[in-house]
Design a protein around this ligand. Structure first.
Ligand code: SF4
Length: 753
């Protein structure tokens, strides 16, 4: 990974001067988050006193990571950018497409077979463009990143919402959509609204049954699923420095559950130990040399109320283990209150399955502590009452915990080791009997527990806890069991108690692995052929979108006037459509099928203006496309909220929609539309939404003098011959207008502009 060392050296060299410039610009001490952000301002941009939650700022991230579901479209787009190689170190991780059914080996082999064309495509495109490729079975993106790529003071983006996991090693790591990843890989700056800052002061020290997971379970209870939106959560204090680096990773990982942009811990002795433990002593040496820049300034932590927008304090010595759920990760129950909650709410007390591991909780520390309980179950003659699965986060962790005997112990307790992959955490779980939709309870050490997420059964009550608590409850087979106070009856009828879990932060014999599952890319990829079968259902090479024709747009058909919430899920549904993420034509058959038609209150039923009949949205739009007729989509407030999924912008563009006109946009979706060369417009007067009629033919005027800040005119030609002329606004800057004119941002990148 010599490339990395040079890259990290270059990042660290900039730190002293950039931090000095930032301090001067803001005129006060800096938090760690601010230091890292200012150190990554786009080359040539002078530091300024950015307004948190308001200013949009360009950054140069150091690295990009992609998982296999989202990498497909990100890389298909990158192939359009006309670059020979990625501009920053980038990796692809094959983790999301492996279904858990019987156990690691069989499940992995089955997935390799089923997803062969996707894996072959990702491997070949990675090889060609200088991207590191982690094969199926190598591990879960965030664990592999933490073990190999995360570094203190770095900045990365990843096409997955739990990318913030790398904050455990002091990196600003943010989840994004594929279009953003494509830009950064092409060497363009990446824009982010300067975040607000939430400080979490940790005092005291964890002990007994409490684990790092309980910190974030508690924080989720305080802040709720929306409380972190637009903010970076920065942890500090003596409690923070007492946590292992992987424990910090768990906390940062699950910051996604409170909507945080990302979460972060400062560099400390635990970070150093983890870097050395994962054979990155050279990075630790470099980090030590600029240590003062890799945490917040001392004044900031002495008076946090003065420097953070919100401050929370948690005393780890008093923190109880927590269990959160069901159906939402912010319903936080201290262990001592959980049994009563189960009874009062009528949740099924019988625990069917306990699942440990995943990207969130499969460190050596997690596994060794859980194994100490499994060993007790064996020693104390307790038969585990629930099913129990273990999902290692990486082959390195799996190999090491196997070598150290832990997997064997789990086996004796009746546990099943699953592949090093997402599996049940993302619904890739062929759970026996789930289709009967029976009410039941499971508990996991994962991060999300929304209805249907794990097994597709809306009646599965999923709870989230530390691996230790999951293991104890799986042994008891009972959600109301409290291992701190309660006893269990063993095979010999004796009452036995589980002792507190014990484990090691790092393996005493070091980590080991035979084949980590990494494929380095070719030095010169120019001769590498990218493998896409033209008959494939799942993959399709992209064609560039057509450039603007240079005139105003006349006679656009109204495709749909969407009423109420229209999120990216309404525009481009997930679920079974996931398999078409790499095939724009096929996935476009889900375009807007979840949006509610304002004229009939129904979904996926709109009037075809060519025939007067009602049809499905994608089918009607395909008919317009066939006739070469453009169309327009009208929407309500906050159109496109939800994920940064670029498919929601690409599908309408691909099918020939020319403009999206709404009361207001969710900003990321608005940017995605602009990137794809679409017109993203807002009503100057939101009440004009009511003027739009089902049979309207619509003109958009003013495009020949399209300029920043200058409104456009929309003419609504009603079927009865009357007209309405309305003013519409846009937020295009000069560069974005150039995207529109070129047909897409990618077309411009390719042209080298
Ligand atoms: Fe996402 Fe779960 Fe996979 Fe982690 S294990 S990357 S949370 S799906």
């Amino acid at each position: 990974m010599a490339f990395d060392i040079e890259m990290i050296k270059a990042v660290y060299e900039k730190y002293p001067s950039r931090i000095a410039a930032a301090r001067k610009a803001v005129g006060r001490p800096l938090t760690l988050t601010e230091k890292i952000l200012y150190a990554h301002l786009t080359e040539g941009d002078a530091a300024a006193a950015y307004e948190r939650g308001v200013s949009y700022v360009d950054f140069n991230p150091d690295r990009v990571a992609m998982q296999d579901a989202t990498a497909q479209m990100a890389l298909l787009q990158f192939m359009q950018a006309g670059r020979d190689k990625v501009a920053v170190p980038s990796t692809v991780h094959c983790d999301h497409l492996i279904q858990a059914e019987v156990g690691a080996t069989a499940d992995l082999n089955k997935a390799k077979d089923k997803n062969r064309e996707v894996y072959d495509f990702l491997a070949s495109v990675s090889n060609k463009y200088g991207i590191g490729f982690w094969k199926p079975g190598a591990g879960i993106i965030h664990q592999v990143v933490l073990e190999n790529y995360a570094f203190p003071g770095g900045m990365m983006i990843g096409t997955d919402s739990h990318t913030p996991n790398a904050g455990g090693l002091g990196m600003i790591a943010i989840g994004v959509g594929g279009a953003d990843a494509c830009d950064v890989m092409a060497g363009l700056p990446w824009e982010l609204k300067f975040p607000k800052l939430i400080g979490v002061k940790l005092t005291g020290k964890l002990s007994g049954w409490t684990a790092a997971k309980d910190v974030i379970l508690k924080v989720a209870g305080i802040l709720t699923v929306k409380g972190g939106t637009g903010s970076v959560v920065e942890y500090f204090g003596e409690g923070a420095t007492s946590l292992s680096a992987t424990g910090k990773g768990t906390i940062c990982n699950m910051g996604a559950e409170i909507g945080a942009t990302t979460s972060i811990f400062g560099y400390d002795e635990k970070s150093e130990a983890y870097l050395r433990g994962t054979e990155r002593g050279d990075i630790a040496d470099m980090a030590n040399a600029i240590k003062e820049h890799l945490t917040g300034d001392p004044e900031v932590y002495e008076q946090p109320e003065k420097y953070f927008d919100q401050v929370i304090e948690i005393n780890l010595s008093e923190l109880e283990p927590h269990i959160n759920g069901p159906f939402t990760p912010d319903l936080a129950w201290p262990l001592s209150k959980f049994a009563a909650a189960v009874k009062e709410n009528g949740w099924p007390a019988k625990l069917e399955v306990g699942l440990i591991g995943s990207c969130t909780n499969s460190s050596y520390e997690d596994i060794s502590r859980a194994a100490s309980l499994a060993q007790q179950a064996v020693d104390k003659k307790l038969l585990a009452k629930s099913e129990y699965t273990i999902t290692p986060g990486s082959e390195q962790v799996r190999f090491t915990v196997d070598r150290d005997g832990f997997l064997d112990i789990f086996g004796k307790m009746g546990g099943v080791v699953l592949a090093n992959a997402c599996g049940p955490c993302i619904g890739q779980w062929a759970r026996h009997g789930a289709d009967k939709q029976e009410k039941n309870s499971i508990i996991t050490s994962f991060n999300r527990n929304f209805a249907k997420r794990a097994d597709g059964n809306p009646n599965t009550h999923a709870f989230v806890a530390s691996p230790e608590i999951v293991t104890a409850l799986a042994i008891a087979g009972d959600l109301t069991f409290n291992p701190v106070t309660d006893t269990l009856t063993n095979e010999e009828g004796q009452q036995v108690k589980l002792d507190e879990p014990r484990g090691l932060e790092l393996p005493t014999k070091g980590f080991a692995v035979e084949d980590a599952g990494y494929l380095a890319p070719a030095e010169d990829g120019s001769q590498v052929e990218v493998l896409v079968d033209s008959k494939s259902e799942r993959l399709q090479l992209l064609e560039p979108f057509q450039a603007w024709e240079g005139t105003d747009l006349h006679g656009l058909k109204l495709l749909i006037k969407a009423k109420g919430k229209c999120t990216t899920d309404h525009i481009s549904m997930a679920g079974p459509w996931l398999r078409f993420r790499g095939h724009l034509d096929n996935i476009s058959n889900n375009m807007l099928i979840g949006a509610v038609n304002a004229y009939n209150g129904e979904t996926n039923k709109v009037k075809n203006q060519l025939t007067g009949e009602y049809g499905e949205v994608p089918a009607v739009q395909r008919q317009y496309k066939l006739q070469g007729i453009g169309s327009i989509v009208v929407g309500d407030e906050n159109y496109g909220e939800g994920s940064s999924r670029e498919h929601a912008a690409m599908e309408p563009r691909f099918l020939g929609v020319r403009a999206i006109l709404v009361k207001s946009f969710a900003r990321i979706h608005e940017t995605n539309l602009k990137k794809q060369g679409m017109l993203a417009l807002t009503f100057d007067n939101p009440a004009d939404y009511d003027l739009i009629q089902e049979d309207d033919a619509i003109d958009i005027l003013g495009l020949t003098s399209f300029a920043p800040g200058k409104p456009l005119t929309v003419v609504l030609n009603h079927a009865d011959g009357s007209k309405d002329e309305i003013k519409v606004n846009h937020t295009y800057n000069q560069g974005q207008i150039a995207w529109f004119k070129a047909g897409s941002a990618l077309n411009l990148i390719k042209a080298g502009v």
